[in-house]
Ligand binder design. Structure first.
Ligand code: NAD
Ligand code: 022
Ligand code: ZN
Length: 375
């Protein structure tokens, strides 16, 4: 069938909106009509050419929501008409990783997904006979896409597509990092570095978990208001604190009889390796947990003195907030519908597909928290 897509033709070039061909679903696959998609940093990282694993030409996008149109042979968990969110981290419930109960990083289709292909090693997208690559197993910058059954979460049909698409990456990553990875408890202290589309969701996750002190750290003073909007209790601009940021934060988190200081939990939501070190070292001696969420550029390395770990701090990382997509994403949609988490105010810009490149520009300028394309 003919579909409309924003095609990444080559590294460093704007997306080109065009009509491309999409083949129907094969065994174990589903055809989805995408109704809305967010624009996220990883799409930009790949499009820029900085991602060494980036493949071209490709249909990018990994933060979508839509409706099942048709299912291939053997598909049992969804049917035509179901509302779904695509999952860049699938959940097969059968691979050693899924069965381990220790990780959300399903390995069932990992190799082909990384090569921009469906699990059978082929692509469903083509342009004038030439293959187009899939992207992160999702390719949501198209009004129709084909996904493996294990890479779709069936969600409540009452939820609006133009909001819940954000649950496909940013919301789940931020809220999940707090609940699944850090396992924050009521009364905890926390520091969030970077108050963008991820950090603000960490803040609302901390509010949901009942944290007492939620410190936001950002170079951009305009983020103070944004953080407060979602539950931040203190704001720190590193430019106003200077070289002494870590001691400043450690002092700020001293409570009661504690003379040591440091937060129970810290989160890097910048992707900057210097910030990752600050986050670890601002966590509490003896028990502090620091969670790396930001994705650093290719070849970057993190450093600290081993003493920081020997004295009881833990350095952890998280992908997709540790969420098992088919199990956890429908729950997050319910939390949104019940008013437990907010999404609407974070979606600062809504664009038609023809203007998708404007969404990338808004991300570069720091003007947007999230831009969403509606089809
Ligand atoms: P964003 O650009 O919207 O926000 C980043 C924020 O960090 C900005 O407000 C910026 O002012 C601030 N910042 C930059 N340098 C800083 C510094 N030195 N100190 C303090 N603040 C600083 O980005 P985002 O959409 O929130 O994404 C954040 C990161 O999370 C990205 O690296 C993204 O790739 C990553 N991410 C990871 C996952 C995962 O599963 N691990 C999922 C989604 C996104
Ligand atoms: C999403 N991300 C950043 C912004 N939006 C993001 C990027 C990468 C990962 C998670 C979120 C990630 C962490 C660990 C992995 N990935 C490896 C998972 C594995 O090897 O099992 C990751 C993922 C997908 C892809 C590449 C890397 C891909 O499909 N190309 C989850
Ligand atoms: Zn993303």
């Amino acid at each position: 069938m003919e579909i409309r897509a924003a095609v990444a033709v080559a590294a460093g070039k704007p997306l080109e909106i065009m009509t491309v061909n999409l083949d129907g679903p094969r065994a174990g696959e589903v055809l989805i009509e995408i109704k809305a998609t967010g624009i996220c940093h990883t799409d930009d990282f790949t499009l820029s050419g900085a991602d060494p694993e980036g493949l071209f030409p490709a249909i990018l996008g990994h933060e979508g929501a839509g409706v099942v149109v048709e299912v291939g042979p053997g598909v049992t968990s969804v049917k035509a008409g179901d509302h779904v969110i695509p999952l860049y981290t699938p959940e097969c419930r059968q691979c050693p990783s899924c069965l381990s109960r220790k990780t959300n990083l399903c390995t069932a289709i990992r190799a082909t997904q990384g090569r921009g292909l469906m699990p059978d090693g082929t692509s469903r997208f083509s342009l004038r006979g030439e293959k187009l690559h899939h992207y992160m197993g999702c390719s949501t910058f198209a009004n129709f896409t084909v996904l493996p059954e294990i890479a779709v979460a069936k969600v409540n049909p009452d939820a609006p597509f133009d909001k819940i698409c954000y649950i496909g990456c940013g919301v789940t990553t931020g809220v999940g990092a707090v609940l699944n990875t850090a396992k924050v408890e009521v009364g905890a202290t926390a520091i969030v570095f970077g108050l963008g589309g991820i950090g603000l969701n960490v803040i609302q996750g901390l509010r949901l978990a009942g944290a007492d002190m939620i410190i936001g750290v950002d170079l951009n003073p305009a983020k103070r208001g944004w953080g407060e909007r979602f539950g931040m209790t203190h704001f720190v601009n590193p430019r106003e604190v200077g070289a002494e940021l870590v001691p400043y934060l450690v002092n700020l988190t001293k409570r009661g009889a504690d003379t040591i200081g440091g937060a129970d939990y810290t989160f890097d939501c910048t992707g900057n390796v210097t910030v990752m070190r600050q986050a670890l070292e601002a966590s509490h001696r003896g028990w502090g947990k620091s969670i790396v969420i930001g994705v650093a550029g290719a070849g970057q390395e993190i450093a600290t003195r081993p003493f920081q770990l020997v004295t009881g701090r833990s350095w952890m990382g998280t992908a997709f907030g540790g969420a098992r997509g088919r199990t956890d994403v429908p729950k997050i949609v319910e939390w949104y519908l019940a008013g437990k988490i907010e999404i609407d105010p974070m979606i600062t810009h809504v664009l038609p597909l023809d203007d998708i490149n404007k969404g990338f520009a808004l991300m570069h300028s720091g003007e947007s928290i999230r831009s969403v394309v509606v089809y």
